[in-house]
Design a protein around this ligand. Sequence first.
Ligand code: ARG
Length: 278
Amino acid sequence: MDRKRKNLVRLGTGFGAVAGAAAIAWAGIAAHAEEPVKPSSDFEAQIIGGQPVEEGQYPWLVGLGSPGEGSAYDRQFCGGSVIAEDVVLTAAHCVEDSAAEDLVVFSGSIDLESEDVVETAVADLHVAEDYNAPVAMANDWALLKLAEPVDVEPIALGTEPTEFETLETAGWGDTGEGFPPIAQWVEVPFVNDADCEAAYPDEVDAASMLCAGDIENGGVDSCQGDSGGPIMTPAGDEQVLVGIVSWGYGCAEAGNPGVYGEVADFNDAIEEVLAGWE
Ligand code: ARG
């Protein structure tokens, strides 16, 4: 299924506000971006430049979708990370125009066409109050309180805004050849604030954004449909959630890194919301 067709499915089947909102969010980013570029040369195109996630590799990785008929694959439009048994962290731009009842979470399998997928309703929603300030897409985070706990291992939040070497990102977004039913993951080089600000003059809020990608060669990146999902760094045997897929010009283009919400900048604000939900 190619990207256009899945978008048509999403918009055409009338899941309404949510699918529309997500599409507008993409269009908002895409307005000054090119279409995700189909990688031209000799690498295998997946997430962009990645490979299938194995069951259990990122148990906290969930899909965010619209309630209703159709498969999880047809209804998924963003990613998310389970950070407590009944809380998912995602991107504000995925849910800003949604009510909790417009959203469901898919957990339990990396294959959205699997019978093991568990669909969970969303009971409450918190969008970052400072989303879009001081610049568009700043503080791109939101929390979903689930109607019931999900049986998956949560991921720990990053707390130190540091420099990394390599990060891993994952999701069901565009691979350059359409949307995969099985989540994909890819390693992406860390890009420091100065290089990211140079790539996107006046558009980067270094405090709340973190960048990753191969600036020189392109080829590895998250892409449309991965938004809200995790970018992670290994810490011993564990993984830590350092960012949330947010935006980029095109996908995997040289010179245009992927931009992520930087969890360490707003982990305190997240904890506050969690405390209020207890
Ligand atoms: N905004 C996109 C979404 O809604 C994510 C784009 C990420 N782009 C990138 N080049 N890393 O799915």
